[in-house]
Ligand binder design. Structure first.
Ligand code: FES
Length: 257
């Protein structure tokens, strides 16, 4: 969609994580988890003041954008903007999380500081089926009570070590008909290998990863989002940020880029 003017509607926190509420009724109907929106925070085309915003929860006329702990100074500025401040937005861009399977069983695995990126998907998936969220405690940034989650989402905190997370994941692997992962950039390959040791074939549509790290310009010009995949190298902002693990990380075969 073309550019529009939105307004800062307030700031909120989830644990110690910061989110900015944005009033943008024209944009919200087109926005889904995994999309990003480019924001020009001041009337200039300085690239450092044009920043990708990832939606967290998505409402009817407003949405929350996430301000991750390791963030740009431009996003930090936005986290302190007064209510009513206008911001210019373009988008949404990128490949979003696929629609849920009606009545499906979905396991979502997220590292704690990445949970806001998939709140929108959790909202959407909980409306259509069953969802279990596994939160890996890496940075200790979330409260035990994740009050932003839809009540229908079951969740578990897992200590931040791979054996603990794999152990809990093992207990739900045969229950799930879809997996969503959201964490550091090495997670897609890691969990693709892990799933392949439990399933004969990593089928398309079974497992997806949202990879927000490194998306800086959102336009395919800065190369900060490059990721190694089975076929070679891709830019996350162009091919993602949601990747089907079967397409990009299956050990052999499958569709190329
Ligand atoms: S974010 Fe700049 S090339 Fe992908």
């Amino acid at each position: 969609m073309s550019g529009l003017v939105a307004h800062v509607a307030g700031q909120d926190t989830l644990g110690t994580l910061r989110l900015v509420r944005i009033h943008a009724p024209e944009l919200v109907p087109h926005l889904r988890s995994g999309h990003f929106v480019l924001a020009r925070l001041y009337p200039t085309w300085d690239p450092y003041l044009r920043v990708p915003l990832f939606p967290a929860s998505i409402g009817h006329t407003t949405w929350h954008t996430y301000v991750p702990p390791e963030t740009s100074f431009a996003l930090d500025i936005m986290a302190h903007m007064p209510t009513g401040t206008p911001i210019r937005l373009w988008g949404p861009y990128g490949t979003p999380v696929p629609p849920p399977l009606p009545g499906g069983n979905t396991v979502v695995v997220a590292q704690d500081a990445y949970v806001p990126y998939i709140l929108g998907a959790l909202q959407e998936y909980a409306r259509e089926g069953n969802v279990v969220l596994l939160v890996e405690e890496a940075d200790g940034v979330l409260p035990q009570e994740l009050s932003w989650l839809p009540p229908a989402v079951e969740y578990r905190h897992v200590p931040g070590d791979p054996d603990a997370l794999e152990g809990v994941l093992e207990s739900v692997v045969t229950w799930a008909d879809r997996f969503l992962f959201c964490g550091p950039a090495h997670w897609p390959r890691y969990f693709a290998r892990w799933l392949e040791t439990r399933r004969l074939t990593l089928q398309p549509g079974l497992a997806f990863a949202l990879v927000p790290d490194g998306v800086t310009c959102g336009l395919g010009v800065c190369d900060t989002c490059v990721l190694e995949v089975r076929q070679g190298r891709i830019r996350i902002c162009r091919k993602g940020p949601v990747l089907d693990l079967a397409r990009w990380f299956r050990s052999s075969g499958g569709r190329g880029a």
